[in-house]
Design a protein around this ligand. Structure first.
Ligand code: AMP
Ligand code: MG
Length: 521
């Protein structure tokens, strides 16, 4: 994120919000004001996000932020609304969903003309709250706040969060009172797969088309001139979703609740719940303790994403062609490309992490043909598959392993391995193959230096591990905001080592294995 020129930044709260979503028909949402949070107090503010919005950080004062984002005052031009959507939860269609505890306050157009949704999470009851209290607890708000920054730091597409506001108000979770909070979520897109599912499954095809037109105009304007704009948009959503899940797999991230109402149309990690970065690489890891079947286990995520995209593609049948059979054929063809795209993005990213490959794989670029010779590519893929199988069999820490390869001279890698695995000899054969592969690249000393530098830009020192989030939650719940504010910038630049935070750069402590994550938030 590059900071805009200070002269272009506005004073808070002078920037009036716009509300393009509220110009859609009234039945797309329900208007309601936030319910004020008792005794709101600012806990943390992400200055980089403020700058991205075009707000001068010097104009942000904590008391004012607490009033605006604790639900006591509306921003100029704000027109708060709860969006209606539905979705497939654990494989079952649920028509009852919608923003049950969050409100779209409005849209802020930054100096660079990007239009950002400001969404207040934990803002009180709406039409869609069902039996819920409309609140979010401090614990889950901190987790979303931190992971938004951490994903941004790693370069993984994500929603962001401007600030977190605490309160003396309590909400009951699992029979215990917990402190409430609000989180100001910032992203260009709050459209979920479930927005399309709502209109498709209620057979409101005119509304479906209106939603599609809105999304094309706002998120994919380049496809408006395409011969079949909805199809082109869906193909792009498939590509971005394949890119996204490939990043999760390449960094050991478990989303936890990949329901279609938690899937973003623009391919960002969205609606964080019981997520985790794995400490030990265990592909069967289930992050959400209520996911008894392991539907959303780490190793299933690429297939689940495809299943979710299938649900979305189904909604596009009436949009893509008048003839349902023809529409299905075109959509199936688009979906058939998912696995190839996923593999391309996944192997590219892990190759880069291993310093084997520096070709670009950004989500917003067209998918170009891979230029590496096929046999080199095959060898790279087999190296990667074998490494992942090895990390899994040894239950080794993937993050520490990749950082070790980036930091240590080749001659020392084997020795240093002892610090992260009790059985370094299990890695010996693989390391020899890896070193052999590097030798065959015949790099000059300068190129080798560059290769190592690039690896350090992609293999983090710091990762938001569960136990770190837990430490921060416990300190914050006691009223100590030092740790959250100290670690936030570290997570946003996770590739830089900080001596004073060395304790967070190593393996997780043993107690981390006992942390229990649930959907209750
Ligand atoms: P989530 O598990 O956070 O993705 O939420 C699933 C659905 O339940 C969404 O429609 C939420 O708005 C709603 N929901 C979750 N927690 C609450 C709550 N405390 N109060 C009201 N609605 C909620
Ligand atoms: Mg959700």
């Amino acid at each position: 994120m590059t900071a805009p020129d200070k002269r272009t930044l506005s004073q808070f709260p002078d920037l009036p919000l716009d509300n393009s979503y509220s110009r859609l028909p009234e039945h797309f949402y329900h208007r309601v004001d936030p319910t004020p949070l008792q005794a709101p107090a600012l806990i943390s503010l992400n200055i980089a996000v403020a700058q991205q919005l075009g707000i001068d950080p010097d104009s942000l004062n904590p008391e004012q932020l607490a009033l605006y984002f604790g639900g006591h005052k509306n921003l100029p031009g704000s027109n708060p609304l709860a969006m209606k959507y539905t979705g497939h939860q654990f494989g079952v269609y649920n028509p009852q969903l919608g923003d049950g505890r969050g409100l779209l306050l409005g849209e802020l157009v930054a100096p660079d003309q990007r239009r950002w949704d400001l969404h207040l999470k934990g803002s009180g009851k709406t039409h869609y709250s069902r039996f819920g209290d409309g609140r979010a607890v401090l614990r889950s708000s901190i987790r979303e706040y931190l992971i938004s920054a951490a994903m941004q730091g790693l370069g993984i597409p994500t929603t962001q969060a401007l600030c977190i506001v605490g309160s003396e108000e309590k909400a009951m979770r699992d029979g215990m009172p917990e402190p409430c909070a609000t989180l100001l979520r910032v992203t260009e897109c709050h459209i979920r797969f479930g927005h399309f599912e709502h209109f498709y499954h209620s057979q409101r095809y005119d509304d479906l088309r209106q939603l599609s037109d809105y999304c094309l105009a706002r998120y994919f304007p380049e496809y408006q001139a395409h011969p079949n704009p909805p199809l082109a948009m869906l193909e792009e959503v498939i590509r971005r979703s394949a890119y996204l899940v490939a990043q999760w797999q390449a960094y050991g991230f478990v989303h936890g609740v990949m329901n279609t109402d938690n899937m973003s149309l623009i391919g960002e990690t969205f609606d964080y719940g019981p997520y985790q970065f794995m400490d030990e690489y265990k592909p069967h890891t289930i992050s959400n303790h209520s996911d008894h079947q392991g539907r959303y286990a780490f190793q299933h995520q690429p297939d689940v994403m495809r299943w979710n995209l299938y649900r979305l593609a189904q909604c596009f049948v009436p949009l893509v062609a008048d003839d349902g059979i023809e529409a299905k054929k075109q959509l199936e063809e688009a979906l058939d490309r998912y696995h190839g795209l996923y593999n391309h993005y996944y192997y590219s990213k892990v190759s880069q992490r291993l310093g084997l490959d520096n070709h670009t794989d950004q989500p917003h670029e067209q998918h170009t043909a891979i230029e590496t010779a096929p046999e080199t590519r095959r060898e790279e893929q087999s190296l990667i598959d074998d490494l992942m199988a090895l990390l899994a069999s040894q239950q080794a820490d993937m993050t520490l392993f990749f950082r070790l390869l980036s930091e240590q001279a080749i001659s020392q890698q084997y020795q240093t391995l002892q610090q992260i695995t009790p059985r370094p000899q299990a890695f010996e054969h693989w390391l020899n193959r890896y070193h052999q592969h590097l030798t065959e690249l015949s790099l000059t000393p300068h190129q080798e230096e560059q290769r190592q530098q690039q690896m350090k830009q992609i293999n983090p020192v710091y990762l938001l591990r569960n136990y770190m989030a837990q430490d921060i939650i416990e300190a914050t719940e006691k009223g100590d905001f030092t740790l959250i504010n100290q670690l936030l910038p570290i997570l946003m630049q996770p590739f830089i080592y900080h001596k004073q935070l060395a304790q967070y750069a190593g393996p997780a402590p043993d107690w981390a294995a006992g942390i229990c994550l649930t959907c209750s938030s």
